[in-house]
Design a binder for this molecule. Structure first.
Ligand SMILES: [Mn+2]
Length: 316
């Protein structure tokens, strides 16, 4: 049993580093916090190290001040959560940090890079897998850990709106509510509390809206220099891409974020097109069926032409 292996690794080691993918989301933050609690409760030395700082909206979660962006020197075990491959962590040589690597994830393009891999692609969130781990190994956890796991699942189901929302996920969340997760507080913190600068940035992104391919493709854009103009940060644009697939004619939505040198695409599907497959056609790209991302090392015009050609092929 893989969980027994992981329990043994935890038992026989002392110094742990927990990490996840860059540009952390609710699932990566919530998963890392719940695992942090588990290891701390067992008396371990634990550092949570991510390339990027915790987005403001997740800082209400207990222990979110324990994250660091300063790379630790070494550890016995590196626990990588919600991250499909080491490159997505965004820092150099993660495999050299520790002699043992644990990989717990639900991305279908996970490369099984760990010594111990728990990759459950049917899970709605990595937080759901960790919940199952706690449940199956008889770990009872406090309300603030229930909140971290609930925030993880809420985020990765888009607030219970995406197609990965099902009765199993809702039962897990009902149990987390029983265990003390404050559902309305968590929703409000994640989805309806913004600094002014975020709304100012969003208004700029909305005004960039365009359609292609007879309305089947919708795009929004963020030239990165706009961040400085409105005093916003990268994560203030999170979630905007989801608006692109609300147009009735749309099959594929995307958000472009670009500098003079490169263009990042966040892709969304309304259901018929596999955007993970589209993203994989670009080196380094990948993701889920309905949400994926890739970066083309070209300026905006050239990169957009390339991705539109790939998408148009898929639409036919
Ligand atoms: Mn996830």
């Amino acid at each position: 049993m893989i969980w027994n292996d992981i329990e043994n690794v935890i038992k026989s080691n002392q110094r742990f580093v927990i990490s996840s993918h860059m540009s952390a989301d609710g699932d990566s933050i919530g998963s890392q916090l719940s695992f942090y609690w588990l290891l701390k409760s067992l008396g371990k030395d634990v550092i949570i190290f991510d390339k990027d700082p915790v987005p403001l909206k997740f800082r209400f979660l207990a222990n979110s001040d324990q994250f660091t962006t300063i790379k630790p020197d070494s550890a016995d075990v590196l626990v990588v959560l919600d991250c499909s491959n080491p490159a997505r962590m965004g820092w150099e040589n993660p495999e050299k940090l520790a002699s043992t690597v644990i990989d717990i994830d639900h991305h279908r393009d996970n490369s099984h890079f760990g010594h111990h891999n728990v990759v459950e692609t049917s899970a709605a969130a990595t937080g759901e897998i960790i919940y199952q781990f706690f449940t199956k190994t008889g770990v009872s956890f406090p309300p603030f850990v229930a909140e971290a796991l609930y925030a993880a699942i809420l985020s990765d189901t888009g607030g219970f709106r995406f197609s990965n929302t099902n009765s199993r996920v809702l039962r897990v969340c009902a149990d987390l509510a029983d265990k003390g997760a404050d559902c309305s507080k968590i929703y409000e913190q994640i989805y309806s509390t913004f600094p002014q600068r975020t709304l100012l940035l969003q208004s700029r992104i909305w005004s960039s809206l365009k359609f292609f391919a007879d309305g089947k493709i919708c795009i929004m854009e963020l030239p990165l220099k706009v961040l400085d103009e409105v005093g916003a940060v990268y994560s203030d644009s999170e979630g905007m891409v989801d608006h692109t697939i609300t147009a009735d004619s749309v099959e594929v939505g995307m958000m472009l974020k670009y500098s003079d040198e490169e263009t990042h695409f966040s892709l969304r599907s309304k259901g018929r097109i596999d955007v993970g497959k589209i993203a994989q056609k670009v080196p380094g790209g990948g993701g889920h069926y309905s949400a994926a991302g890739c970066t083309i090392k070209e300026p905006r015009d050239q990169a957009l032409t390339q991705i539109l050609a790939i998408i148009t092929q898929e639409l036919e």
